[in-house]
Design a protein around this ligand. Structure first.
Ligand SMILES: [Zn+2]
Length: 305
């Protein structure tokens, strides 16, 4: 992992259609100064409004993580964010010319490759923002369960449990760094179940979804492009990809923890990320003598905390 804050060296551009909206868009990654974190910009709107990639700007979590500020929205930010953290970026500006980034192939690999091709620059006077918290953090909601404990690096143990004959219990344990992210996680694509498609489409979702950017799990077979599954357990790997993207919204992308999680999804990821942020904030600020340990809330516009 990097020991100085990192951004890219030069601008890099991708184009395609959004997974849920079906809208065509151009995405530009642009180098950003230290302590700015990751920021999205709507390059098609007057004034190019900015939306920080932070938890306070999450507006909905239906089949994707959507952020917004005032009237500006960007849907399905998780794969782009996952790539940024996966390759070890702290600061980057992301310009999108519509309300959703292009889905590309449904994984984060095209974004990661673009970032790698741009090269990296390091701000040696600025240490990376580490996510540190004092002890065990637990979060449970329905079947979803998360448990994080402090560690020196980022270790994941994720389990997928679906009540579906084609998807047995899948578990993957990984120690995350740039290399393992690229080899084990980045290529895993979005998936959905065949029986959900009609409903998703009726809700205005998956409008840009196809076998070019998703795997469809049928009753007794997988529907994929001609290349088939990229990993036998591609689904749990994609859940890890999504989780890394959602946790990036904490704004401290150097994760020092061992994280066990099962039955996870975007809404639960965001709830858990908020708990982690709370614990990390309390640790940095410390309890005030004589006062009860009231939960504190990070100011909404504080980008460089
Ligand atoms: Zn995803």
């Amino acid at each position: 992992m990097n020991r100085a804050q990192t951004t890219i060296k030069s601008e890099v551009k991708l184009e395609g259609i959004g997974l849920h909206t079906g809208n065509r868009s151009t995405l530009i990654f642009r180098p950003a100064p230290p302590n700015t974190g990751i920021r999205f910009f709507r390059s098609d709107l007057p004034g190019t409004p900015m939306i920080p990639a932070r938890l306070d700007f999450v507006v909905t979590t239906v089949r994707g993580t959507n952020i917004g500020l005032n009237e500006a929205r960007i849907h399905t930010v998780e794969h782009v964010l996952s790539a940024c953290t996966g390759v070890g970026l702290d600061n980057v500006d992301i310009l999108v010319s519509a309300n959703e980034p292009p889905a590309m192939d449904g994984s984060s690999l095209p974004f990661a490759r673009a970032l790698l091709s741009a090269g990296f620059q390091h701000f040696v006077d600025y240490p990376p923002r580490e996510l540190r918290f004092p002890g065990e953090i637990l979060h449970e909601n329905g079947k979803a369960r998360y448990r994080a404990v402090p560690a020196e690096n980022f270790q994941l143990d994720v389990t997928l449990l679906h009540d579906h004959p084609m998807v047995p219990r899948l578990n993957l344990r990984l120690e995350l760094d740039r290399q393992s992210y690229l080899a084990e996680v980045a290529g895993a694509r979005t998936f959905c179940f065949e029986h959900e498609i009609e409903y998703l489409r009726s809700q205005g979702l998956a409008q840009g979804g196809s076998l070019d950017n998703a795997v469809v799990i049928g009753r007794d077979k997988f529907h994929t492009n001609a290349d088939g599954l990229r990993y036998p357990d591609e689904f749990v790997r994609h859940k890890i990809l999504d989780l890394i993207g959602d946790l990036t919204l904490i704004g401290r992308p150097l994760f020092r923890m061992r994280l066990e999680a099962e039955c996870i999804g975007h809404a639960h990821n965001i709830e858990f990320a908020k708990k982690l942020r709370e614990a990390a904030l309390l640790m940095r600020r410390g309890p005030i003598e004589g006062l009860p340990r009231k939960p504190s809330v990070e100011p909404a516009m504080e980008i460089d905390s």
